[in-house]
Design a binder for this molecule. Structure first.
Ligand SMILES: [Zn+2]
Length: 346
């Protein structure tokens, strides 16, 4: 696994821990499945608007719609929403919102993707069809508290559910979303059983719920707006640990009354839910690591990585600062090695 949180040095700031209106940024997570006719023009227009508003983050545009996460000044994010809402078909876009002391992205990426989120199942999967049911956070909670018989599936990757998940959920041991169909084949879930599923913001459930319906599961329910929305609406009741997010924050709290880590530092075993990438550029493995262990290991996941010549310099004063891109540390010969390993991981 090679989830990188590399970013440019100018973005690395030590949080003061104080939040004022001037220093707060808004982070939004959103998607909308709507056909886009001229994807190229849509992307160019989008990129220009985001640049002008000084937003950072990732926006993926496909023929089937938009999938994005952006951060910027609160007013700029509001202007972005007005911009997207003005596009034909996108006025009903829903946003999951959070405040942050920093912009948790190094840069802005607006690009084309073949699909908004890929299940790679070879099926034609149209979100919201086949009679899948959307549960509001309140409905979700009441099913959880009803004593009804159901099976709950965490539709995220193993490293995400490891640091936080709903009580009683099945936590599939999969590395990529497109591994879910294979997981389902082997999971032996009765097609008559009530199925509840959730993910971070809802987009993966949009695909997997319809996939399960097409596979004959009769009663398929997905959490509307995902964990992020649920945390805000229901205070995170019945959620253990924190929610993994794909930005520099890596995890965000869900339940303010229970922020105890449910995972451990992979080096020292102490309770911990902070991820870092291994300092060895050739490894770059994402692993859970306490600050003390990070200092001791110089940011590496194992002794072998610690002695690697491709180890990036570690800053003990700011142990959790993300590493920068490979070219800040190594010459062009590194890229050839990196692209070869990226191909084998794809
Ligand atoms: Zn390593």
């Amino acid at each position: 696994m090679n989830i990188s949180r590399d970013r440019e040095p100018s973005d690395i700031q030590i949080s003061s821990g104080k939040s004022t209106a001037d220093t707060m940024y808004k982070v939004i997570l959103y998607y909308n499945f709507k056909p886009i006719d001229d994807v190229k023009a849509f992307i160019a227009d989008h990129r220009a608007a985001c640049k002008e508003l000084e937003l950072k983050g990732r926006v993926y545009v496909s023929d089937e719609g938009i999938n994005g996460t952006l951060a910027g000044k609160i007013g700029a994010i509001d202007q972005y929403k007005t911009f997207l809402q003005s596009k034909p078909g996108f006025s009903d876009t829903e946003y999951k919102e959070d405040l942050s002391d920093e912009i948790p992205f190094a840069k802005l990426i607006v690009k084309h993707r073949p699909e908004s989120v890929s299940l790679n199942a070879g099926d034609d999967i149209e979100p919201g069809t086949e009679g899948v049911v959307y549960l509001s956070p309140a409905e979700w909670r009441s099913v959880m508290e009803s004593g009804d018989d159901y099976v709950m599936i965490d539709v995220r990757n193993n490293y995400e559910s490891k640091v936080g998940h709903f009580e009683g959920a099945l936590l599939p041991d999969v590395k990529y979303f497109y591994d879910f169909p294979k997981w389902l084949d082997e999971a032996n879930i009765d097609t008559d059983k009530k199925v509840l599923m959730y993910c971070t913001g809802g987009i993966r459930c949009e695909k997997f719920s319809v996939y399960m319906k097409k596979r004959g599961y009769k009663d398929v329910n997905q959490l509307h707006g995902g964990i992020i929305n649920y945390g805000q609406a229901e205070g995170g009741a019945h959620f253990k640990g924190k929610c993994f997010v794909f930005d520099d924050r890596l995890v965000v709290p869900v339940n303010p009354n229970d922020e105890e880590p449910i995972s451990e530092c992979e080096i020292s075993g102490v309770p911990c839910d902070t991820y870092i990438n291994c300092a060895n550029m050739e490894c770059n493995r994402l692993f859970i690591c306490s600050e003390e262990a990070a200092v001791e290991m110089q940011g590496c996941c194992c002794e072998e990585c610690k002695s690697s010549e491709k180890r990036r310099p570690f800053n003990a004063e700011n142990a959790y600062a993300p590493f920068r891109k490979w070219y800040h540390y190594f010459g062009p010969e590194f890229k050839d090695r990196q692209s070869a390993s990226a191909r084998s991981e794809a």
